[in-house]
Design a protein around this ligand. Structure first.
Ligand SMILES: [Zn+2]
Length: 471
């Protein structure tokens, strides 16, 4: 069994490496070649969905076999619908949400469901947990994307003295980052794997011992580690750093550069579509991998938002999956596409910024009456640069705002709490909110606030969401 497993894995990796070379070749495509490829793939996934998914057969009933497939005419779909209609949406009738959840429940390693499907769950950092499946050809596409990302970073195996890698992310096999690392792990690297929720002191000790040459972590973890390095407790010198999972602020980027003299390769990935973007060596922004998915930046009413402006959400059409088709799938990330291409010449558009998630927008009573929406970016700007502040999280309930704060060793708790409360209040009133009640709660660490995938949610509202669904 073990031999078969290893043989299967090696065959998968070989296939993914061939595919990665092909994907890397797309760097030389013109915009027209990319657009033609997208049209071809879109046609295939839409026809397949209409033919093999009862959910899409119903949704795409108006699309005749000879009608042209126009992306903008296709219905959008959100995560709640994808989960509610899971059994009808997938194209293999043996796959049911109940069966997939039962499989995930007992998952210990890189096991396949029905001998062909990898099932994964999202951490639930954006509300409802999502469950997604990929068959073996689809997984090869995801692994190919993963290897392309390694190529962007200049990460390659080295023998006989194997490269030392540290990966600080999800430590459970039901999450995609774990599965990618596991299915590619054939002993080419010396890997230290830590859970994102590990207490900082334990992380520092393990990293000092391992001395990674490549370090991958969620943005919020990298922020903690950069502070540890700058304050002298952490002593590592990774040549390559990569990060994902949460919004990167300029403050975080500066801290990474001061700590290690290099920029992080920021990665954009999601369980629904694999690795969907990465920095190139220029670090000018995240290139969207538009050969594996189509991205539309839109407002609340799904209208396209021009380059340079942040949208309210992102619609992602996965060009890789056939098993669980996702067409114009709503993602709550508020992103802006850069108006100009990257000087590297790749045809993939750049993200100028990921400004946070639209479910991190706080709705507060406005001084002028009604409510005002406060963008997560405003909260981050307010709290940026407070000395000694290691982590924070804003919780809104009926009593007002509670800011949970963890400080770095040696910081003055009274000073920090005062600065957090006054700067936040000033920012919120400047945004038009009535002066809210703000309570600052000092904690030793907020590492236990992470979700099951290890991700950290900046804002958590315990009030009912405003029912401003637009028609
Ligand atoms: Zn570039």
């Amino acid at each position: 069994m073990a031999t078969t497993d290893r043989a299967r894995r090696l065959a998968e990796i070989a296939g993914a490496m061939r595919l990665a070379r092909e994907l890397i070749g797309h760097d030389r495509w013109t915009e027209d070649q990319l657009a033609a490829h997208q049209r071809r793939r879109l046609e295939q996934v839409v026809r397949h969905a209409a033919a093999s998914s009862p959910f899409y057969r119903e949704r795409l009933a108006g699309l005749g076999p000879t009608d042209p497939v126009e992306l903008g005419q296709l219905p959008t779909v959100d995560k709640a619908t994808v989960m509610d209609r899971f059994d009808d949406l997938v194209t293999d009738r043996r796959l049911t949400l109940a069966a997939v959840e039962a499989h995930l429940d007992g998952l210990t390693g890189d096991d396949l469901l029905l001998g062909r499907y990898r099932a994964m769950a999202t951490g639930g950092s954006t509300g409802r947990k999502g469950v997604f499946v990929a068959d073996r050809p689809e997984w090869r596409q995801y692994l190919g994307g993963f290897l392309r990302w390694n190529h962007y970073m200049g990460l390659k195996p080295r023998l006989p003295r194997r490269l030392r890698i540290a990966s600080i992310a999800a430590a459970r096999p039901l999450h995609m980052s774990y599965r990618m690392a596991a299915s590619i792990d054939v002993g080419l690297y010396r890997v230290l794997r830590l859970e994102a929720a590990t207490p900082p002191a334990a992380m520092v000790e393990a990293l000092n011992r391992h001395q990674p040459e490549f370090l991958y972590a969620y943005g919020s973890v990298l922020g903690l580690l950069a502070a540890e390095q700058l304050e002298g407790r952490l002593r590592i010198s990774p040549a390559i750093i990569a990060s994902s999972g949460e919004t990167h602020t300029d403050e975080l980027r500066d801290a990474i550069r001061s700590a290690w003299g290099t920029s992080s390769f920021e990665l954009y990935g999601m369980t629904e579509a694999g690795i969907i973007g990465s920095h190139c060596e220029r670090h000018t922004g995240i290139h969207l991998f538009e050969d594996q998915a189509i991205f539309e930046v839109v407002d609340e009413r799904d209208r396209p938002v021009p380059a340079g402006q942040a949208g309210h959400k992102l619609l992602v059409t996965n060009l890789v999956t056939r098993t669980q088709p996702l067409l114009r799938y709503e993602v709550s990330d508020m992103v802006a596409v850069a108006p100009e291409g990257c000087p590297c010449g790749r045809p993939f558009r750049l993200l100028a910024g990921i400004e946070g998630r639209n479910d991190d927008i706080l709705h507060l009573p406005a001084a002028a009456g009604g409510t005002t929406a406060v963008h997560p970016l405003a909260l981050r700007t307010a709290l940026a640069g407070i000395p000694g502040l290691a982590q924070y999280k804003v919780v809104q309930d009926r009593d007002g705002l509670h800011v949970r704060v963890a400080l770095r060793p040696g910081a003055d708790p009274a000073d920090a709490a005062h600065l957090v409360a006054t700067r936040l209040a000033a920012k919120l009133t400047a945004q038009g909110a009535t002066r809210p009640a703000i309570e600052v709660e000092l904690r030793d660490t907020l590492q236990d606030e992470r979700d099951t995938a290890g991700k950290f949610k900046l804002v958590e509202s315990r009030l009912p969401r405003p029912t401003a669904r637009v028609p």
